[in-house]
Design a protein around this ligand. Structure first.
Ligand code: SAH
Ligand code: SF4
Ligand code: F3S
Length: 494
């Protein structure tokens, strides 16, 4: 297709579940379909194509996909009845894990594609379009549906086009995919495949592009992001372009240092990390790089060594506590977030008490906690000692009460401080703007929309369950606003 050739616009609706990597992938799927004329729209009605980007991490996540497919079946049939066509694709981790079941339960689906095949989407769409609906929109593609769930030999990142739609002030950038850890409970190694890291040069090029499109904060993503180890570049970060590769010698700490040198980057974050992959240089980066935000999501899953061993987590509770101590020594205001699973097979009351003890010892600013959900094909699903549902409920309830209290205490501890807030958009009320604190809390202030895009000091006046409110110390954004322009307290929220 020549550059001047115009393609009739087609409506693309993407529904995304799951982790931030799925959010990133959804954007990349839209990028890959843009040259075919697909333009993202907010609703599925009348869409020419709908993609469900799915998550398989827990039972309920997968069930939501099938209930959404029920609704889309009607929309697809309605579109066919009015002479149109809706191509329906299921992507993501449910597609990877249950491709055949999707087609058995929802034969009206046209395309099932795994997370490593998105770069092949245009070709799949062309095939689906050429084939047409087998027996009208209601039946759809049926047995002739396209399934692409192999892990292809080529890397999708080498084939995806450059991001075309700007992501805004805070941008996701996937640097690592897959996982080789095989925790007993987890589907990720099966749905996302083996761990792979993108080369530093390609990551830095994408970061520059994002900054050029207006991003001020870059969030590096990976299922196991701190396992990232890439072919680096041989000279200083400024000279990465065209530099000779220095294969395998970079870890995430070094990549973050190079990212910090990109003009225009104000904040850096990375998620999600495994405690076993926090190396010395990465810990030191927390001390050396003020723009590396003092908030770290570091899942521990359990505080019991017995359960951690059963989970194949490769770290003990005391390893985790020691690591937290080292991180806090490097960055005293570091706030921590974590993931917990209650009711893993074999978890006793005493094990659960160890989890509560670890939570109390660390003091989390925020956390996610889940009931163990058996995932087909994972070792824990068939393990003895499955915990009754009612017991999981009880433990989850108790754990969440402690975590909620810690979050409330952390937020309350921010009141009276002055924190740098990166404003990202308008608030819900007229005259209000919203941004994020370094600790990822949403912060609402009454202030000028001209502050959106700047990081400015905010005096925190009130704390709510999940957010803060305050007043800005500057009325409008001064030219060339820099985070260092106004002194900002370095204290952490208590
Ligand atoms: N890579 C990250 C986590 C990825 S999945 C890590 O290593 O920690 C996100 C979270 O979902 C996990 O941290 C875990 O707490 C939860 N999770 C994963 N599998 C689960 C399961 N089978 N049941 C309940 N929660 C699960
Ligand atoms: Fe899943 Fe994370 Fe364990 Fe990998 S390290 S298997 S992604 S929980
Ligand atoms: Fe879900 Fe797959 Fe992410 S299972 S959490 S979408 S890696």
């Amino acid at each position: 297709m020549s550059g001047s050739e115009r393609v009739a616009p087609k409506r693309l609706h993407v529904i995304t579940w799951g982790c931030q990597m799925n959010v990133y992938d959804s954007r990349r799927m839209a990028d890959v379909l843009a040259p075919l004329g697909y333009v993202p729209v907010a609703a599925a009605d009348n869409a020419d194509m709908v993609i469900l980007n799915t998550c398989h991490i827990r039972d309920r996540a997968a069930e939501k996909v099938f209930s959404e497919l029920g609704r889309l079946r009607l929309l697809k049939a309605a579109r066919a009845a009015s002479g149109g066509r809706m191509i329906l694709a299921v992507a993501g981790c449910v597609a990877q894990a249950e491709g055949a079941e999707i087609l058995a339960r929802a034969p009206f689906v046209d395309i099932v594609l795994g997370p490593q095949t998105y770069h092949r989407l245009p070709e799949m769409v062309a095939r689906a379009a050429a084939k047409g609906d087998v027996a009208g929109g209601d039946i759809g593609a049926g047995p002739g549906a396209i399934i692409e769930t192999d892990f292809p030999p080529e890397q999708k990142f080498d084939f995806l086009p450059e991001a075309s739609a700007p992501q805004g002030l805070s941008a996701f950038l996937t640097i690592q995919e897959g996982c080789d850890k095989f925790c007993s409970f987890c589907v990720v190694p099966y749905t996302r495949g083996a761990e792979m890291s993108r080369p530093a040069a390609s990551v830095l090029a994408e970061a520059r592009k994002l900054v050029g499109q207006g991003a001020r904060e870059i969030v590096l993503l990976g299922q196991n992001v701190n396992a990232w180890h890439g072919a680096g570049v041989s000279t200083g970060a400024g000279a990465w372009q065209g530099a000779a590769p220095d294969r395998g010698s970079w870890g995430l700490g070094r990549l973050l240092r190079a990212m910090a040198e990109i003009p225009g980057v104000v904040r850096l974050r990375y998620t999600t990390s495994h405690p076993g992959d926090m190396d010395d240089d990465l810990i030191a980066a927390h001390s050396d790089l003020p723009m590396l935000m003092p908030f770290l999501h570091l899942p521990v899953q359990s505080g019991s060594d017995r359960v951690l061993t059963a989970m194949h987590r490769r770290h003990s509770a005391s390893d985790y506590l020691r690591l937290v101590e080292r991180l806090r020594a490097a960055r005293p205001d570091l706030a921590l977030s974590s993931d917990f699973i209650v009711g893993h097979p074999g978890e006793t009351d005493a094990d659960f008490a160890d989890t509560l003890a670890l939570v109390r010892a660390v003091g989390f600013a925020q956390a996610f906690s889940f009931k163990y959900s058996p995932r087909p094909g994972t070792p824990a699903a068939g393990a003895p000692g499955q915990v009754p549902e009612a017991e999981k409920d009880r433990r989850l309830h108790e754990l969440q009460a402690v975590l909620r209290e810690q979050q409330a205490r952390f937020n309350a501890g921010c009141v009276g401080l002055t924190l740098p807030v990166l404003f990202t958009g308008a608030g819900r009320h007229p005259g209000q703007i919203v941004g994020r604190s370094p600790f990822l809390q949403p912060v609402h202030v009454t202030g000028s929309a001209s502050l959106i895009g700047s990081e400015v000091p905010v005096h925190i006046a009130a704390a709510h369950t999940n957010s803060l409110a305050g007043t800005t110390l500057v009325g409008t954004a001064p030219a060339g606003t820099s985070p260092a322009a106004t002194p900002i307290e370095e204290r952490a929220c208590a």
